[in-house]
Design a protein around this ligand. Sequence first.
Ligand SMILES: *Cc1c(COP(=O)(O)O)cnc(C)c1O
Length: 346
Amino acid sequence: MGRPSPLYFASRLSDFYNTRIYLKREDLNHTGAHKINNTVGQILIAKRLDKSRIIAETGAGQHGVATATVCALMGMKCIVYMGQTDIKRQSPNVLRMKMLGAEVVPVTSGNKTLKDATNEAIRDWISNPIDTHYIIGSVVGPHPYPDLVARLQSVISEEMKFQVKEVSGKDDPDYIIACVGGGSNAIGSFYHYLDNEQVKLIAVEAGGKGIESGETAATMATGRPGVIHGSKTMLMQTDDGQITEPYSISAGLDYPGIGPVHSYLHKIKRVVFDNVNDDEALEAAFRLTRLEGIVPALESAHALAWLGKHQFRKNDVVIVTISGRGDKDMDTYNKYMGEIVSRRLR
Ligand SMILES: *Cc1c(COP(=O)(O)O)cnc(C)c1O
């Protein structure tokens, strides 16, 4: 995987926001996101359980690629369910999965995005209980997945524990900020700090076009308790309890639920949940690129955008988890390039 991933001092970004910003570089992992932390662990479990067939769902394609990668490594059959909408907007990842030997099955129900791909994967899983292991990609789904994936992703904060001291001189960070789709990079970033109340934990959801617009994926802001994919958790739904179609510019955050652990952390007020809109995320992505030479994933850009929504002290140590890199998002970035660069960054 290339671990430990660096905890990198972003000096120009720090100047811009007048605080001390450190980036946890999950974008530098093999295959380009934090997803590989989980798939490596789960493929070892699948081997141990004597399974021969691996299935997965994917939104942005990062989890599909990470799963196809470990399947190639272990010589296992790999089937990835992916919504037709996402197949179109994340085509480089579709090609990578195919090159790695995976079969990519298009899903055409619902919004044709992550929720629908997860439905299909769960249908496959319950129909093939003998030979198949389902490598789920986030802290969602039925037990024990939320717990299992959180533990595998907790390597992120396990490394921070020794890195913070090395790079900042402080024992602990003041803030840890991460984006949330299902919530795996966020819980991995928070895990070893949950009992340390001094560390403020910020989870940033995708506001889409705004939480009032109806086109959003901000589950905490707009949802209420419900059941999805085998978990009771906060869920975007109509008055009748029908799941609402989520929307985000970022395929990896386009999910109407959230891992049940986050619902709990929200309820006990240990983690602050907020959201940023598409345009704020785009602007943050271009800002990081121009100030630090790092092109983040659109998902990670949501965490970065929160930096502009809060007043930090000059000496705060602020960690932002860069969950992935932006190669897969170049089509989207290209579409908004002229507008964002001229309007916002001067
Ligand atoms: C999948 C993905 C996410 C969202 O998933 P979480 O489980 O919420 O972490 C965020 N960033 C990137 C780069 C991703 O690939």
